[in-house]
Design a binder for this molecule. Structure first.
Ligand SMILES: *Cc1c(COP(=O)(O)O)cnc(C)c1O
Length: 364
């Protein structure tokens, strides 16, 4: 789409933004996804009219008709990325063009209008500019949540004729409570997340809705996260509810399940594949079975396992539980290769290390 046809943003500043003191108190220990900044971005889309009414306005509740399509048929997609405060006070995003592209791919799968990538990127810039004081210093970051949903009031089953795009933001610390250094996962043998031909590769709320019961089962078994197997054979590891997974073997090779439509193509996953190769690992996108996982952990061939995604970055998996028993990975607490990859990735994201691939986008 031609840039000239994109709507321009109007600024409607919050009438009573929180004071510097209130903000400091809220940002002391924000947790994840509980504290929101003063503003949000909204853009509307209507059939025959396209994208319009782009605004930066006060973060506030929506008014929606109870017949609003998203409430009935879950036509909704989202993204998640972080803004980092660099040592010089500047602010940067990590590969936001990839989020913009994935947002369009998700929209395509859910039969929704595709937000032009330039408009997606501008929406992030506009919100960060309005709320730049909310980007934490130190190890925190500002988590950005763009999303798009069907807001047409109509109960017929078809793609809606009107949509709302919105970006909200929250200052965040670590994703796992208490700054856990490794997590325990539950391998679900009853529930699956995504089938071939389904929406597994799209970042849509519906995938999460389908994962919650398995996640609750994981918690009941004392685990932090759930691992899903493939729907056809219930044999191959797909991914976690909201993170991709990597296996490090004793020959230094790093294995992750291949993207095949049932796995979300994580930007962290893709970055790790590149960084691991540069660090001298042989990287293989290859199917890995739950049986193999158990056998390799027992034989010692498997050295480290970690989950990855924007929210939790890289998190070691220390223990694996399922209906058929439990086993440890190594000593149950991560390992040197995981740590090195994490340090390199975080170093780039926070502007402390060279960025040879041009992944960091600094805001003006
Ligand atoms: C968002 C997400 C990921 C991780 O993607 P990143 O781009 O690395 O944040 C992995 N799995 C699922 C199901 C997701 O929704």
């Amino acid at each position: 789409m031609d840039l000239a046809t994109l709507p321009s943003f109007t600024l409607h500043p919050h009438a009573a933004p929180r004071s510097a003191n209130e903000r400091a108190v809220l940002m002391e220990d924000p947790g994840f996804g509980r504290v929101f900044t003063d503003h949000m971005v909204t853009i509307r889309w209507r059939e025959g009219f396209g994208w319009h009414d782009a605004r930066v306005e006060a973060h506030a509740p929506f008014q929606l008709d109870p017949a609003c399509a998203v409430l009935h048929y879950a036509q909704e997609i989202f993204e998640g990325l972080k803004a980092y405060r660099f040592a010089d006070g500047g602010i940067a995003l990590f590969r936001p063009e990839e989020n913009a592209r994935r947002f369009r791919a998700s929209a395509q799968r859910l039969a929704m209008p595709q937000l032009p990538e330039a408009l997606f990127l501008q929406s992030l810039d506009e919100l960060i500019r309005a709320d730049r004081d909310w980007v934490p210093e130190g190890e925190g970051s500002l988590y950005l949540r763009p999303f798009l949903f069907a807001d047409e009031a109509f109960l017929g089953v078809r793609p809606a004729a009107s949509y709302r795009y919105c970006v909200i933001a929250c200052p965040v610390g670590g994703y796992f409570k208490g700054g856990k250094t490794s997590v325990t996962v539950w391998v679900s043998e009853d529930y699956t997340r995504a089938a071939p031909g389904g929406t597994g590769a799209a970042k849509c709320g519906g995938n999460y809705a389908a994962s919650l019961l398995a996640q609750a089962e994981a918690i009941q078994h004392g685990c932090d996260q759930v691992v899903f197997l493939d729907t056809t054979e219930r044999k191959w590891v797909d991914e976690l509810g909201g993170m991709n997974i990597f296996f490090l073997l004793d020959d230094g090779s790093l294995v992750t399940p291949p993207l095949g439509g049932t796995i979300l193509p994580g930007i962290t996953r893709e970055s790790i594949l590149t960084l691991a190769q540069e660090a001298g690992h042989r990287v293989r996108e290859e199917a890995y079975s739950f049986d193999q996982w158990r056998a390799d952990a027992a034989s010692g061939r498997l050295r480290e396992v970690f989950a990855c995604g924007t929210a939790a970055v890289i998190t070691p998996i220390g223990e694996v539980k399922s209906a058929s028993g439990a086993f440890l990975i190594g000593n149950g607490g991560g390992g040197p290769a995981t740590e090195a990859l994490k340090a390199r990735l975080v170093g780039i994201q926070r502007g402390r290390e060279p960025d040879p691939h041009g992944w960091v986008r600094r805001l003006g």
